[in-house]
Unconditional design. Sequence first.
Length: 358
Amino acid sequence: MRKLFFRLLGCCWLLGSMHASAVEVSQLDQSVVNVASRSDADREAAIREALSNVLVKNSGARSVLNNNMVAERLGQASSMVMQFGYTDDQGQLKLQALFEHDKIINLLRAAGEPVWGRQRPLTLIWLASDENNQPQIVADGVTNDERQLFADASSQRGIPVLFPLMDLDDLQAVNVNDVRGQFADTVARASARYQADYFAMASLTTVGDGIHYQISLYDKTNSEQAFMQPLISDQNTAVDKPAAIAAMMFTLSNYFVSRYAVADSGESQQTTVTFSAITQKQLVEIEAFLKQLTAVKSVTIDQLQGDKVSYRLQLFGSVAELKNLFSLESRMVAAPETASAGFDNSVSAGTYEWHSRQ
């Protein structure tokens, strides 16, 4: 049933992405971990592990656990739990813990760590593997260990991923050597049919001392460029496939954190953003959207005239970081700039139209 869930989830991302590539990730404040028993000591250890997972998931950076303030709070993990419970998964006892979202975010902010919001880019992964000594590209619909490990890592780290269908169109466009050889132009053309934000070429190869992995990430929106260069690349040897896939997912996470996660700069920078041709319903949607952005500290209406509204935003980070988050929202479409009064020492974040989802 669990494997079927992830297959259906992948299909939902593929079909739903016709409206938006980015995915709104849920369950960022909960984690499921193995636990040896229901004893108090084992429960406390499991809750600490679950809190560690949630902090990494909300920050995106595994280095967050090295922060002294975070490490101190991990010793008091139970104080941040809203609820927990036990389940049995084929003989393995598991503890599921749900933490208070505000406490998680406030801890990360106070510790000076980045916060990664719910809206996250979708990555299409072309994975070359030697499953059963047969070179192949892993398809979205398969139920092998590698696909399941990626699904688990995706859920654990809050990084949405999608695998190609490997139907006739894909088979004619890409072969396993294109992925292993990192022929980005060929894979970019095959990726065009998928509504993802990024695509990655990855490979897993069994070697004498473990599993050699390689992964390179590319911006799908720039897929028409010749001789594409990866945004980030990594290769190494891990002890086994779970460790290799975890390392690849952290490589993706490191890049996305650098682009989309926002730490409190302490500078309280302000900016304005304007929306034109809006309705009353859209006004409510826009305010809700702005208030949930991790780059935004506060939102106030600066000017409302006719079908045009301008907001004053106080930021945790920079205007550039704010615009990176805007780029993930399909409902925002850039509109022609118009002259408007700004704030002292502030930079406009632009003028947009808002397209409500049907």
